[in-house]
Every structure is written in C-alpha cells, then in structure tokens.
Design a protein around this ligand. Sequence first.
Ligand code: KIV
Ligand code: ZN
Length: 558
Amino acid sequence: MNPTQKKFNHQKYQAFPTIRMDKRQWPDNIMRHAPQWCSVDLRDGNQALVNPLSVQQKLKLFKILVAIGFKEIEVGFPSASQDDFVFVQTLINDNYIPDDVTIAVLTPAREDFIKRTFKALTGAKKALVHLYNSTSKVQREKVFNMDKSGITQIAVRGAKLMQKCANAQTETQWQFQYSPESFSGTELNYAVEICNAVIDVWQPDSENPAILNLPSTVEMSMPNIYADQIEWFCHHINKRDSIIISVHTHNDRGCAVAAAEMAVLAGAERVEGTLLGNGERTGNMDIITMAMNCYSQGIDPQLDLSDIRTHSENTSCLIDIPIHPRHPYIGDLVYSAFSGSHQDAISKCLKSYKTGDKWDVAYLPIDPADLGHSYQAVIRINSQSGKGGIAYIIEQALATQIPRWLQLEFSQKVQQQTEQSGSELPAVELVDLFKKNYLISKNILQINSYQTIEDISIFNMTYSGRQMNIQAGGVGILDAFISALSEYFGLAINIIEYNEQTLQPDSSARAIAFVSLQLAEKYFSGAAENEDIVLASLNAILQAISEYLTDDAIKKVV
Ligand code: KIV
Ligand code: ZN
C-alpha cells in the first residue's frame, strides 16, 4: 500500500522548523530564583472545565490561590461570561482581594469586549488587563482570512481603546498585558512586529512595565525550540527593560513544565499556569510542579507549598478532576517504593540522613516529609518488595534492627503472603505478621525465673499452664538452658543464630533477643523482649520451641 494511504501515517505531519540563532545563550544559563507567577486557574483553567465553576466555587478557588501566595491571579473573562463578570465584581465589591494581590482579566481585542471588561473592573484598586488576539499563520490565513497588517491593526486598536478606558477610570492603578495568542505558531519576526506595535501605543517604562505574554497556545515543538523562540524574541523586542516577558505554556506534547523552565533560562521573567495543570486539552503548565522543581533545586519558590497536598485535594474537588496517583510531587504514589532494590537504597540513605544535611536520598528527589508524608508510608510492601524495605518498616514500628538472617527468613514469609493475596500488605499488617511469627508467645512455654547454683542452672517455666523446673549444666546460661530443654523434650536442639540488642539507649532500656534453632531438621525462629537480657534470650528460645510444638507438619516427639 502507498504509505500516504495508510490510516496511521506519520508522513501526514512535518517537523517544526528550527530557529536560526548565531549563538544561543539559554542552554548555559542557570535558574537562580523563582519567576513571577500568575495563576490562570480561574480563566484558562475554568474555560476548560466540563462544568465551569459557579461564582461560589470560584471564590473558594480564589481563596486557595491567595493562601498559596499568588500575587497575580487571572480571575476571568468578564466580557464573555456573565458569571465571570459577577465574580470579578464580587471580588472587588466584597473586598476579597488582598492589597498585595493584583487581579487580571482577559479580553479579546474587540471594542465592545474591552469596554465591558473595564466595566467589570469598576472599583478595583489595581488591575491587570490582558489583551489578546491570534497571530499564527494558520489563524491569520484560515480562521481570520487576514494579512499581517490586518491582524496588527486589531491589536493596535485594542491597545488604544484600553488606554482610553484606563484614562477614564483613574481610581484604578492599571497594568497592561498583551498576548499574541498562538505565538508558538507565529513567525518570530511577525510576533516581534505586532508586539512592538502594541508597545508603541502603551509606551511602558521600567517603572510601569507592560507584560508581553508569549503563549505556546498549542505546544508544537520540543521545549528547546520554544526556548529559542523566547530568547530570539527577547533580543529583538523594543524597550526590553520596560517589558516583562511572560510565558504561558500548554502541555500538548507533555512538556509544558520543561518548556516554561527553559523559557525562563531564555529570558522569561514571568510564568502563567494552573494548579494540577488544569487547562485546555492536555492542560496548562502545572505551577505546582514547576514551583516544586524550583524548591528541589534549593530555590525559594515564592509560593507557600507547605500545605500543597490539602490545597491540591480541595482544588481537585472543586474542578472535579482527580489527582493522578503519579502526579509529580503530590500524587499518592509518588513517594512509594515497592521494589526491593529501591527500598533498600532508600532505607540506607534515610538511616544516614541527619537534619541539617543537604538532601541526598536515592530515589527520592525531595524529602517526602516536606509534603507531610511519613517515611514509613514511603516504603510499601507487595510481592516485589525486598528484605531491606520490610526490615525498615519493622525497625520503625518496633524500634529495633532485625538481624540479617531474620530479615531473609521473614521476607520469604511476606512474599508468600503477598503472592497468595496478590495485593499490597499494609505496614500495620506487616508488623502484625512479624509479631505473630516471632514475638507473640503462643502461651505454650514461658520462662519465669532462673538461677545458677554452682555449675547447675535451674529454670522455672510454665508449660501449657503448668509450672515446672528443668535444670542442666553448661558453658553459659544459654548452653545450660538448651541442654535442659533437649533433655526434657528428648530432642536435639541447636542454636543456629543468636542476636541481642537494647531497644532504647537509656536507663529504662529493654532488650530484645532473636534466635534461630534447628529442631528435627527444621529451623524455627523466635524473638522476645524483656528488661533482663537473659530472660529475653530464654524466652526467644521458648518462642522458637513453641513454633516447633505448634508446627502441624512435624510429628512431635512429646
Ligand atoms: O493559550 C493561550 O494562548 C491563552 C491566551 C489567551 C494567553 O490562553
Ligand atoms: Zn492558554
């Protein structure tokens, strides 16, 4: 078949042209501080919702944005939506706008729309009016059927009318913004030409700069090309020091955050985006992700992200879009490690990490605790998990380090269980499983006291509710106990592994002992805690023997 007739045919598309630049600088630049953020949740985000927000819901979202610390918030498109008009008026008249926050509104470059926009802003102390018209080749030629000068005239007429309206509403402190909408598909020299024409009207200065916002209305290229576009634009625009270059990236290729970050390297000072990346099609640039990226590089994000999980959950409810469990930084699963090698590396790094150190933990780009996650919740157990992670959870829960041989043994039991169930084993259940297997006495055997007279040790025990004494000699107390038990049960008992440790390094220290015994050619393990290390060790032995006595697969000698 001719390849052009195929249904899924890449030849239908063409590569985005590269930008010719003698020497691009942005690849060598470093981001040293956060950009000026502008939230467009209530405008671009809201426009993209299946069910746009009501005025009350917008108010809730506005409060969230203020709590996060946005100083510029685009609150709507009041000339196009009556709800937005009412909302803007409510914000102003009911004094919802903090003094350090500037509201922005979007308007197309059309006379009646601009006039209504200024009407919506009546009474505002300060406001940012955002003018746009579409400039890309495809829009000029196929949508508007206009040449470049016709499109430029639309922008210039809009810019002039804005100035006139602003001059008539002097109680408000105005700032202007222009977006050559579809900038990403606009020839660069034309983008500069139309922006210069707007700037010529507004005559901004460094005290009252205008904002030129260069949107990738549709993300059409790799982010390095977008960065080239921004750097080229910055070098060619007039009155650069009277202009704030802003970027507004969409996520069609999944690179909106990368594009905005590279654009900042290329000269952008301001970044527009939304919480969770809500917006048209694949969404806008996710400000939480970009701000957290800054944070993870040691840069103050200039937003309060300390409670960002709560704000994100509340936002998700309002916009009725769930948070993907793998959403960068805030998804439920993003600090979870199931794989054994990851768990092992994480638990080793966490053990050596001390408060005040620079964060350097394998597999965790940021400290989960910063966003309110506990370290225990990071390591999660399923059939892929390894002994390191399992041991970490037990250690955190029981304040003890389980010896390597027991880690190996217990991880097999865990694997058996998780493979059988086919699902995750929550931390509480994992700890219960450990206790059930090693720590909780089956009430079959228990040591009450011991004493050594000359070379003989006498042990007072309870066996199935009956008190009894057994005795033997030996090299040490454990040796004597094993001899006494071997004789009593008529069994060959060998200690294969033995470890003991103190649980807390203070005077009320308790000790824990772990043993593995060989009995009837099988291995049984036990652990026990006590203030007296000898009693802990003897009870650990009895715990292992209890395991033997309750093992159905063995024909008991007693
Ligand atoms: O994506 C876009 O181009 C826009 C403009 C109106 C800035 O949202
Ligand atoms: Zn947009």
